[in-house]
Design a protein around this ligand. Structure first.
Ligand code: BYC
Length: 482
């Protein structure tokens, strides 16, 4: 039995899964490694591959001191396989197998379902790296450049986490899936990534921060649901991934927060109190609040699609099977089987949005999405609206209705405004640019994207952070460009 806290850091692949004692698996991963590096160089961050970047690397799995900081060239980053410690005597917490010992191997009857969940999760990780690959060229500071690369190397480590599961537990099928994870490409017409939002562009830094706020938060919710899994290796993997994920959302919430802060400060300095006076605000070289709202509308609605349909037999099956639980399943006070339970779901009935109680088992995607919406809404209040409020400007960023701009599920067939009023096609077309970023809005944001590359220098449209990474001072050289 490997020691599960100590990480073997000596071999090619740092790990706490006893890779040395499993030559077949080690060989499979070592064979995958060069293709992975080719993928990283080809589809990972454009440029900066030879620069030293001040990065965090996971070196342990105990809560205290699990990471170390230091200068690394990205291709030399130590992508490792790290599982949270095994919980002695852990049992399956929900579904038809509730109370049975957690599986240490793949339950044969659920093999296909489990492989699918792991593959979908795995696919999102390299997808996000691909989506963000061009942003380095326009980073608003070295601090932000470093944060981008931190997110990128850790999402890539999450790919390793899923590839480990596929290679260790799914034999030949798993190896093929692992190869396909490097073959699909975000946005590619012939071989796209599996989920919609991961084929969109991340064209600028506002999009990057919105993505890390909204879409990484879907990652948080889904990882929490998978961390409840009765398949113990998946649970342990996801628990450790969540440790890293928190920082990605921090980058999103503070990133947008810093943009909001720069806008409010510039408006106050210029004596502008109407946030809707867009030409005057833009003349200051900052991003007007209505454009930030429209970007939030876009990323939020796109991310809601990642939860799948409100009513889903896939979700019911994976819950019943004990593979994917609810958010914080182990803290919910019910039977964890959901026999006879109902859950309120928003549905489209005779052209109106109504709430209907449906069997809870079929509504698990909706439930996870509700938990997500609450989490995102509280982040918007705490991180963005508080800054606007303190500046005295009369504006609030709000999340649009869940029926707004949807492509998956109950509301895919209709158009609704951000308040949830259903619109006809003509009215939607006429008003669309008031709800979602227009070509003009995007062009304005794009015009601001010029790099700031001196230590301590920040683009005018974003405020500096309150504290540095690893408590470094404001003018710290997070990326050595020389
Ligand atoms: N786009 O029953 P349905 C992250 C498919 S993010 C395209 O409605 P289900 C990260 C679905 O696959 C978290 N297709 O939904 C964030 C199914 O196809 P099949 C990623 C979609 O299956 C930032 C069919 O429609 N992890 O980690 O209950 C940076 C009917 O599906 C979409 C996970 O998602 C879509 N948006 O739920 C880096 C967890 N939605 O199978 C990383 C694992 C649905 O019939 N995945 N479809 O061919 C899952 O739990 C589920 O697959 C989903 C879908 C929640 C995604």
């Amino acid at each position: 039995m490997p020691n599960e806290i100590a990480v073997d850091y000596d071999g090619l692949i740092p790990n706490n899964v006893g890779l040395n004692a499993d030559p077949r698996l080690r060989r499979a991963l070592e064979q995958w490694h060069p293709t992975y590096l080719d993928w990283w160089k080809d589809r990972g961050p454009e440029g900066f591959q030879d620069n030293l970047v001040y990065l965090r690397t996971a070196v342990g799995v105990d809560q205290e001191g699990w990471a170390k900081f230091g200068y690394v060239r990205m291709p030399e980053y130590r992508w490792g396989i790290l599982l949270a410690p095994q919980v002695e005597g852990r049992t399956i917490g929900f579904g038809a197998h509730k109370g049975e010992p957690a599986w240490q191997d793949v339950p044969g009857e659920y093999r296909a379902m489990l492989r699918r969940l792991i593959t979908v999760q795995g696919d999102t990780e390299p997808a996000s790296v691909e989506q963000q690959r061009l942003l380095g060229a326009t980073a608003p500071s070295l601090y932000d450049l470093r944060n981008l690369f931190q997110v990128n190397v850790e999402e890539a480590r999450h790919l390793w986490a899923m590839v480990y599961l596929l290679q260790k537990y799914f034999g030949r099928d798993g190896r093929e899936e692992a190869e396909d994870l490097l073959r699909r490409r975000s946005g590619d017409r012939d071989s796209p990534r599996l989920l919609g939002a991961f084929n969109e562009r991340t064209p600028d830094w506002l999009a990057f921060f919105m993505f890390t706020f909204f879409t990484d938060r879907d990652g948080k919710m889904q990882l929490h649901a998978l961390a409840q899994s009765g398949f113990d290796p998946l649970s342990r993997t996801c628990r450790f991934m969540l440790t890293e994920e928190a920082h990605h959302m921090f980058i999103g919430q503070t990133g947008v927060g810093r943009i909001v802060e720069a806008t409010c400060a510039a408006m106050n300095k210029a004596g502008i109190d109407d946030p809707h006076d867009i030409p005057r605000v833009r003349a200051l070289g900052v991003i007007d609040l209505p454009t930030i709202q429209k970007r939030a509308n876009f990323h939020f609605s796109l991310t809601l699609d990642l939860f799948g349909s409100e009513l889903s037999t896939n979700a019911a099956n994976s819950f019943n099977a004990g593979l994917k639980g609810r958010y914080l399943e182990d803290q919910i006070d019910d039977d964890h089987v959901l026999s006879g339970a109902t859950y309120p779901v928003l549905r489209l009935r005779d052209g109106a949005v109504v709430k209907e109680a449906v069997p809870a088992l079929g509504a698990l995607n909706m439930r996870l999405r509700d938990d997500y919406v609450a989490d995102a809404a509280s982040g918007v209040e705490r991180w963005w609206n508080r800054i606007i409020e303190r500046s005295g400007i009369d504006f609030r960023i709000s999340l649009p209705h869940v029926a707004f701009n949807r492509r998956i599920g109950e509301f895919a067939a209709i158009e609704a405004d951000p308040a949830g009023n259903i619109l006809g096609a003509a009215e939607w077309a006429r008003r669309r640019d008031a709800f979602l970023p227009s070509a003009d809005d995007d062009a304005y944001v794009a015009s601001l994207m010029r790099p700031a590359r001196e230590p301590g220098q920040f683009a005018a449209w974003i405020a500096p952070p309150r504290t540095g990474i690893d408590n470094k001072p404001g003018d710290f050289e997070y990326v050595k460009l020389a």
